[in-house]
Design a protein around this ligand. Structure first.
Ligand SMILES: [Fe+2]
Length: 158
């Protein structure tokens, strides 16, 4: 289609799009991506005030950082609450934990591989909160043979 057949508004939009494309950083120079982590269902088994600990079992290690979607800033001391089904597929207090991200926003948690229960793939629940940010509730879904999971949690600034 010839440009003169397009309305001035469409031509302006196309020009803006082309300019934006040209200004995009080259591959390898991408800025750090900090899209907010997608939320997932809380489910019926969350209980607050779980004991502070970084381990509730062995076999599945989860590690990453807690960041703000505003500039990818690390959220030092962010509160991370975990709960998951035990290897038999039941929720119990032994598989609940609270921990804090370190000064760089990093955390490491280890637990048993979550047991399967009817209607759901194996999953680990997590709630992440930090001052000035909307609490994030989501779930992680390790594959059957997976022993480590990398998971950054990116919170929305309020
Ligand atoms: Fe669950």
């Amino acid at each position: 289609m010839e440009a003169r057949l397009l309305s001035p508004r469409i031509r302006a939009a196309l020009a803006a799009l082309m300019a934006a494309t040209c200004l995009a950083p080259a591959a390898g120079a991408q800025p750090e991506r900090c899209s907010p982590t997608r939320a997932d269902a809380l489910g019926p088994f969350y209980t607050p005030n779980a004991p502070e600990r970084a381990s509730t079992g062995r076999g599945l290690g989860v590690a990453g950082r807690v960041l703000s979607a505003a500039g990818c800033a690390p959220l030092a001391g962010a509160k991370i609450e975990w709960w998951s089904a035990n290897p038999r597929g039941d929720y119990d207090d032994e598989h609940r934990a609270t921990q804090e991200a370190d000064t760089q926003g990093r955390y490491h948690y280890e637990t048993d591989f979550p047991g399967r229960y009817p209607g759901r793939p194996p999953h680990v629940h997590v709630r992440v909160s930090a001052p000035g940010h909307r609490a994030l509730v989501t779930q992680l879904y390790p594959k059957p043979d997976q022993r480590t999971l990398d998971a950054d949690f990116i919170l929305i600034h309020e």
